[in-house]
Design a binder for this molecule. Sequence first.
Ligand code: LP5
Ligand code: MN
Length: 251
Amino acid sequence: AGEALFISDLHLTPAQPTTLACFQQFLAGRARAARRLYILGDLFDVWIGDDDDAPLHQAVRQALHDLTASGTECALLHGNRDFLIGRAFARATGCRLLPDPYRILLDGELTLLLHGDQLCTDDLAYQRFRRRVRNRLVQQLFLWKSLASRRAIAAEYRRRSALANAEKPPIIMDVNPQAVRETLQRQRATRLIHGHTHRPANHTHTLTDGSAERLVLADWREGVGELLSYSALGWRREVVSFQPSASSADL
Ligand code: LP5
Ligand code: MN
């Protein structure tokens, strides 16, 4: 079936150019060896609409387009920062936008892919915020605004979110184990892969019949990231890091 790669939470932003460079290098190199790449949300630090033509967005569009044109399929889930990624972005990059959660069959086992924010059910303030911004009409009203005012609103959300998070006990911002079990059982899946929490680890959950595995992906920062791969060799975690070329190191 070929190798599948899973990454999440790159939080690409002009403020972190080496993380962008790392991702570009990854798409032009390591990712090409895979049959399929899954991005499990928060590829961007913030996404205010497909019409935003900032240089970083153009660079990412181009790099993803080159990857899919080379024959590696790419599928994308929305995160809590970039849920406004739409069809125009998918068309320009050749990526497929998947619903969250999304179920795939790997070697006869049902694996569930999600960003992970919905599983944080103890974070009531966030879930309330989420319901509001995932509303179609609210999104349409937002998208009708100018890029400048959308940018300002997104910055205000980010500011308030950071303030709110500083007050929350860390446990609130992790997934709720009961929500994990219910989701797995409802979807009849035996494996879950998600990001969002930035707490990379492999967990085992006991279900009413049997057990399930939960693989949490790391976030990318300062030019260093992580991927999870599934191939004939099984499951592996790999470090992805930016390698400056000799010429740019001379500068
Ligand atoms: O993002 P992170 O990891 O810091 O925190 C998340 C949760 N926060 C969010 C909010 C985003 O960071 C900011 C939104 C991105 C902009 C997208 C584009 C604009 C959309 C337009 C709408 C159609 O997701 C945070 C969780 C944390 O993960 C861990 O799970 O706790 O949740 C919050 O912080 C929510 C707060 O608790 C409550 C909401 C504060 C914002 C209130 C907005 C007020 C209106 C402002 C008017 C301009
Ligand atoms: Mn997230």
